[in-house]
Design a protein around this ligand. Structure first.
Ligand SMILES: *[C@@H]1O[C@H](CO)[C@@H](O)[C@H](O)[C@H]1NC(C)=O
Ligand SMILES: *[C@@H]1O[C@H](CO)[C@@H](O)[C@H](O)[C@H]1NC(C)=O
Ligand SMILES: *[C@@H]1O[C@H](CO)[C@@H](O)[C@H](O)[C@H]1NC(C)=O
Ligand SMILES: *[C@@H]1O[C@H](CO)[C@@H](O)[C@H](O)[C@H]1NC(C)=O
Ligand SMILES: *[C@@H]1O[C@H](CO)[C@@H](O)[C@H](O)[C@H]1NC(C)=O
Length: 250
């Protein structure tokens, strides 16, 4: 039974292959991961299984990373075969620190197993905080990051430089990563734009909604307060590429 089915699939495949004599079937890594990690650059293992694609298809690998100050990092990662496209490699930083951060990396390529990035070390680097801080007097926002509604959103002190409390909901579909992420935290970004009004990331579509947003209170204790030092986010690979799609020349 299994053999018959395999033969039928192979026959169909050969028919398609002979029909598309000019296009080639490549293999791509295929995996979908949705998780919350403490330190994605160290712990996230992006290895996967290879599969043969339909003739003419491309490979893609896309990861979206979202974090609020003091929360874990949400990872939405997808590798798959995709309909023929354009070979591109893109880094985008939608929201920059201090406070909330949202970035993506996406690679569309046309060689077998070219979507083979194994980890996020070159994409996401967040060093340990360098100094202890005295939070009294700092501004606060409800803070949470959850797949689904936040069970709790403790009020957390904001990093220096943040101006707003953000409270939003991101709905993702496609790429095998259908999910809803709830995000709350301090940010410099204005309005409901954690994703900078971008509606798709690689194979995923994104819909961002904000139930409400509260402006921060005027500065409490303007003088005498010790601010949390702004986190030194090392995104040197990303910053030059900020919002610039890069064409990848093989
Ligand atoms: C594509 O499929 C054909 C027929 O199954 C096979 O002979 C060929 O090795 C495949 N090519 C690649 C690159 O996988
Ligand atoms: C990642 O996972 C794969 C498969 O489970 C494993 O073979 C590989 O050793 C892991 N890599 C690291 C760096 O842990
Ligand atoms: C993808 O690569 C194959 C084989 O190298 C080539 O025949 C095909 O034209 C390429 N497709 C695009 C859109 O570049
Ligand atoms: C933090 O700063 C406030 C005044 O700015 C001070 O009263 C308090 O003792 C400090 N707390 C610590 C743990 O240093
Ligand atoms: C916080 O920001 C203010 C104004 O932007 C700056 O003068 C101050 O040095 C900053 N404090 C810290 C601890 O970074």
């Amino acid at each position: 039974m299994g053999t018959c089915r395999a033969q039928c699939v192979l026959l169909g495949f050969l028919l398609i292959a002979s029909h598309w004599t000019l296009v080639q079937n490549i293999s791509c890594e295929v995996s979908q991961t949705l998780s919350l990690e403490d330190d994605p650059s160290r712990t996230f293992n992006w290895t996967s299984q290879a599969e043969i694609c339909n003739p003419g298809e491309f490979c893609q690998e896309t990861v979206l990373l979202i974090k609020a100050e003091g929360t874990k990092t949400a990872i939405l990662a997808s590798k798959s075969c995709v309909p023929q496209g354009t070979e591109t490699m893109t880094f985008v930083q939608y929201t920059a620190p201090p406070g909330l951060i949202s970035i993506s990396y996406s690679n569309y390529c046309n060689d077998s197993l070219c979507n083979n990035k194994e980890n996020l070390a070159s994409i996401w680097r967040v060093p340990e905080p360098t100094a202890t801080t005295n939070m009294s007097g700092a501004r606060h926002c409800p803070t949470c990051l959850a797949l689904g509604p936040c069970a709790s959103a403790p009020s957390m002190p904001c990093a220096n430089g943040t101006t707003q409390c953000y409270q939003g909901r991101l709905e993702f579909s496609g790429g095998g990563l259908d999910s809803i992420l709830h995000v709350k935290g301090c940010t410099t970004m204005i309005g409901c734009r954690l994703m900078a009004s971008i509606v798709s990331v690689g194979p995923m579509t994104v819909k961002e909604t904000c139930s409400y947003q509260s402006l921060l209170q005027p500065r409490l204790a303007e003088t005498g307060a010790s601010w949390m030092p702004t986190s030194v986010w090392v995104l040197e690979l990303l910053l030059p590429a900020l919002l610039l799609p890069l064409t990848h020349c093989p």
